[in-house]
Every structure is written in C-alpha cells, then in structure tokens.
Design a protein around this ligand. Structure first.
Ligand SMILES: [Zn+2]
Length: 357
C-alpha cells in the first residue's frame, strides 16, 4: 500500500482513523481493486478473487463516517475506513452486469459489525432521513441532510441485496453513561461498547418484510461466546440457510480476520476462532457460490491486526487459509436450491469438508 511511510497528517474523525498525504490514493486503489476483481470474475478469467488491500471499508457509510443520530456512542467513527470497497464493488456489479447479476449477497465475517455497509444497504430498502453534522474533521465542518432514495440500479435493489454480518456485539452502556447526552461518548462509555455498538437482531429484515430474504441479517455474538464450534454454528444454522434461500448471483466477502483468538483488537477470551475456521468458512461460502452464482465470489480484506511474528502471525495464517480455500474451489454445491443439504455421495468432496465440522 502506498502511503505507509508517509507522515501522519491528522486523525480524520477525532476517533481512530489517521490519515497521511497518500491516504486518499490508497483508498482509491483499495476500492479500485475490488472493482477490478469483479471485472476479472465476470470476464471468466478467474473464478474468485481476494483483494489484499488497505484501507478497509466496511465502517464507511453513505457519507463516509457512519453516524447514529439517536445514540452518539454508536458508530461515530470511520473505523480506519474511507470508501466502502465492498459496497462500491457490489453497486458496480449490479449496474454494470445487470443482465447476468440480479442478486448480490455480502457476507461480513469481521469481528466488528459492518455498520457502514448496513447503512448503505438500508438506504436501498427505504428512503431514510440522514443528517450528518461533521465537526471533527480538520478539513471541513458541515451538516448534510437528505432523504434521497439512492438505488444502485433501480427501485428493486432492496430485494436484490442481502447483507450478512457475523460479529461480536455488546452495547451495554456503562452505569455512569447518559444516553441522552449530545456530547461524544466518554472513554468509559466507549470501553463498555464493543465497537461500533450496532448490529443487533432488532436491525434485521423480518420474514414479513418485502425485501426478505434480501435485506439485513445481523448475527451478533456476545464476547466470550464465540468458540470455534459456536462461531461455525452461527454460519451453518443461520447464514448458509439464508444464503440458500436468497440464491445470490454473486457473493462478496467482507473478509476481516480480527475474530481470530489471537488478534489484538479484542479481549483474550472474547473468541476462540482460528485460521482453520476461516478456511472452513471460506469453503462453505465458495460452495454456496458454486451452487447459486457459478462460483462468482470476490473477497475484500477488512480487519486483522496481529502481525507479530511475521509470516506465522495470526493474520498471515488466516489470510493464507482463506486464499488456500478460495484456490481449492471444488466443483460441487453445498445446498440444493431448496436450501436442504444433499447426500454426501452426491456432493463428494465439498460435502465431506462440510462434514468435518
Ligand atoms: Zn474489524
């Protein structure tokens, strides 16, 4: 990534997102890589792709910095993100390849909720009033209000996009907090919330909603309840069946590896996820893409922060497992179109991998 050695100019959002003079170049390259990957997949040159780029994107919303007007303790940060790479590539896919790609699923398995992606996908479903008051950036102070409906292709987009996020979730405020405060959260408040504090099941699209099985599917997990087995169960019991019901023509992954048990961004006992879980999950998602999307899958790097020990660091091991699994694409599906599992003898190698769990 260009810009790594550039001097830090400022913190962009008064929280955690620093910038250098090359940051915007890097952000454009990151988003452009995801779009290039889509073109390569659609041209049939590759079946799938992983974009090893920085900065990440899933915390960037409609106006960049995500914003939660009812509760400023939630999501009032860019979370290291500038452009939502996955949403950008997904909208590009839906509009550019409209004759082939009707439905897109975005699966976010970063340890943090993809609040920016959710904000963008929610705006496809219904007009929403956004008012963003930005007084944190050193570059500008502004307020924007809009209730403009923002389709990627047309007004059916809400039905044709599914956003799934599996993440740690804890937004219990500290006892001393004042949720009605107009001020930014105190450090104590921030510590009591698992960033970004959004992504509860209350935000999910319901079966009775017009967009279902598209829309929003949050799978929040309490810190400490994400062992390897528990984490996999959320995918087998909730995410994979929903994908089978939705039947995407293209799958995007917001591939964050910071749920790894040895990542530094969460508590030591928060998760028990390791690189073998990422390898397993990648296989499940690729098998789903094989079933419904002719194998079309583009994965874009999000979080993952433990680079201690270099090539054997948890991050490198996780990314290697992910790419290894993408390379090993198999040819068989995991699910029938009905969403039910096939018999092992019919599915062969792919299902055998599923059975390992
Ligand atoms: Zn993350």
């Amino acid at each position: 990534m260009r810009g790594t050695n550039n001097k830090v100019i400022s913190v962009f959002d008064n929280m955690d997102t620093v910038t250098s003079e090359k940051t915007w170049d890097a952000a454009l390259i990151s988003a452009g890589a995801a779009i290039e990957a889509v073109d390569q997949v659609m041209a049939g040159k590759v079946r799938n792709a992983f974009c090893a780029t920085r900065p990440p994107g899933h915390h960037a919303g409609i106006f960049g910095k995500t914003f939660h007007p009812e509760d400023k303790r939630k999501a009032c940060s860019n979370g290291f993100c500038f452009i939502n790479n996955v949403a950008m590539a997904a909208s590009y896919t839906l509009s550019t390849y409209r004759s082939k790609i009707k439905k897109i699923a975005i699966v976010d398995f970063d340890v943090h909720h993809g609040n920016g992606t959710q904000e963008i996908v929610e705006a496809l479903m219904k007009p929403k009033q956004f008012t963003v008051h930005n007084d944190c950036s050193p570059f500008s102070i502004f307020e924007i209000s809009t209730n403009k409906y923002q389709p990627w292709l047309d007004f059916k987009d809400g039905k044709n996009v599914l956003f799934v996020s599996v993440h740690l979730f804890n937004n219990t405020p500290a006892e001393s907090s004042d949720s009605n405060s107009s001020e930014l959260p105190s450090r104590q408040d921030v510590r009591s919330i698992f960033f970004p504090g959004t992504g509860s099941v209350d935000e999910n699209t319901r079966e009775t909603d017009a967009e279902y099985p598209g829309g929003i599917l949050n799978v929040p997990i309490k810190p400490g309840e994400a062992s390897s087995v528990q984490w996999r169960q959320h995918f087998t019991q909730t995410v994979l069946p929903r994908l089978a019901k939705f039947k995407p023509d293209f799958i995007f992954c917001s591939a964050g590896f910071d749920a790894h048990e040895k990542d530094l961004i969460h508590g030591a006992d928060d998760t028990g996820v390791n690189e073998f879980d990422y390898e397993w999950l990648t296989e499940q998602l690729q098998l789903t893409a094989n079933q419904f999307a002719q194998g079309r899958l583009v994965s874009v790097f999000e979080g993952g922060y433990n680079i201690n020990l270099g090539p054997i660091s948890p991050l490198v091991q996780s990314v290697a497992a992910h790419v290894r699994s993408l390379n090993n694409t198999h040819s068989g599906p995991l699910f029938k179109a009905s969403g039910e599992c096939e018999e092992e003898e019919e599915l062969g190698e792919g299902f055998a991998a599923y059975e390992r769990f």
